[in-house]
Design a protein around this ligand. Structure first.
Ligand SMILES: C[S@@+](CC[C@H](N)C(=O)[O-])C[C@H]1O[C@@H](n2cnc3c(N)ncnc32)[C@H](O)[C@@H]1O
Length: 235
C-alpha cells in the first residue's frame, strides 16, 4: 500500500494543418507565425508517421522537436506507449478557466487520462489544444469517476485545503493514482471528498486562502513526478 498516510516525511499549439482550431485557443491562424519549422528541406522521409501537409507547409505546432512533421494520431500513439500511471480529475461546475490550464499541464506530465466530472462542456481556453494529445473522459457525476478509476486500479486522492487534508509536501502519493481538483469557488464537493481515499493540501505561507486550481494542479502533478516519473533531458 502506498504511503499516503505515513507520518514520516518521504525522501520522495498549435493546430497547423488538420482539424480546425477551437476558437478559444487564442492561437494565430497564420502558419508562418510562431515557433516551429518551415517546409521540410530535402527528400521527404518515408516513415508513415510523417504528415505530407506538414512537410509541405511547415510545422508551427507547440510540440517537441522529435515530433516535428508527425501526424497527430502518430504522436498520440507514441505518447500512449509511455503514459504515466497518474490521472487527473476536475470537478466542472463553473466553466472554470483553470481547467484548460490543468489540461495543458496534464499533457506535459503525459498523464494516463484527464477526467472531467460534471458538465460535459469545459473551458478550453488555456489548454492550447493540448487536449488533442490526451485522453479526456467525461463523467456526469462522482459515481462515474469512481467506477472508471476503480476499473483502472487508481487511488483517488483529493487535492484541496480542507479540514482533514494532510500536507502534500511530506506525503508520498500513490504511484497509480488520480488527483482530483475542485472548481474555483466551491472547491471539492462533499460527495467527491467522501469518494477520495485521502486529501492532501499544498502548504501556503502567505495570506490568501487558496491557490487557483491551475497552479495547485501543477504543483501536485510535479510533486507526483518528483517521486515517480523518469527524469529525462529536455527536448
Ligand atoms: C480556489 S480553490 C477552492 C476553494 C478552497 N477549498 C477554499 O477553501 O478556498 C480551487 C481548487 O484549487 C485547488 N487548491 C487551491 N489551493 C489549494 C491548496 N492550498 N492545496 C490544495 N489544493 C488547492 C483545489 O483543488 C481547490 O478545489
Amino acid at each position: 500500500m502506498p504511503h499516503l498516510y505515513d507520518d514520516e516525511p518521504e525522501p520522495l499549439v498549435d493546430p497547423g494543418p488538420g482539424p480546425a482550431a477551437d476558437p478559444d485557443d487564442g492561437l494565430a491562424a497564420d502558419p508562418t507565425v510562431g515557433p516551429g519549422v518551415g517546409p521540410y528541406e530535402g527528400p521527404w522521409p518515408s516513415e508513415p508517421w510523417f504528415d505530407p501537409e506538414l512537410l509541405a507547409a511547415g510545422d508551427r505546432r507547440n510540440v517537441l522537436d522529435r515530433y516535428r512533421y508527425w501526424r497527430l494520431d502518430a504522436i498520440v500513439a507514441d505518447l500512449d506507449t509511455r503514459r504515466a500511471p497518474l490521472h487527473v480529475a476536475i470537478q466542472n461546475w463553473e466553466h472554470d478557466f483553470n481547467i484548460g490550464s490543468i489540461v495543458r499541464t496534464a499533457n506535459a506530465f503525459n498523464v494516463g487520462a484527464v477526467h472531467i466530472v460534471g458538465r460535459r462542456r469545459w473551458n478550453r481556453r488555456g489548454a492550447m489544444v493540448t487536449d488533442r494529445y490526451l485522453h479526456v473522459e467525461h463523467h456526469a457525476d462522482v459515481d462515474g469517476l469512481v467506477a472508471a478509476t476503480r476499473d483502472a486500479g487508481l487511488t483517488l486522492v483529493g487535492v484541496d485545503n480542507l479540514p482533514g487534508s494532510r500536507p502534500l509536501e511530506p506525503t508520498e502519493l500513490p504511484r497509480a493514482c488520480c488527483l482530483v481538483f475542485g472548481s474555483e469557488g466551491p472547491g471539492l464537493t462533499p460527495e467527491m471528498v467522501a469518494a477520495c481515499e485521502g486529501l492532501v493540501a499544498i502548504t501556503q505561507h502567505g495570506s490568501t486562502r487558496s491557490l487557483n486550481a491551475g497552479a495547485a494542479a501543477a504543483i501536485a502533478m510535479y510533486h507526483w513526478s518528483r517521486r515517480w516519473a523518469e527524469v529525462t533531458e529536455p527536448g
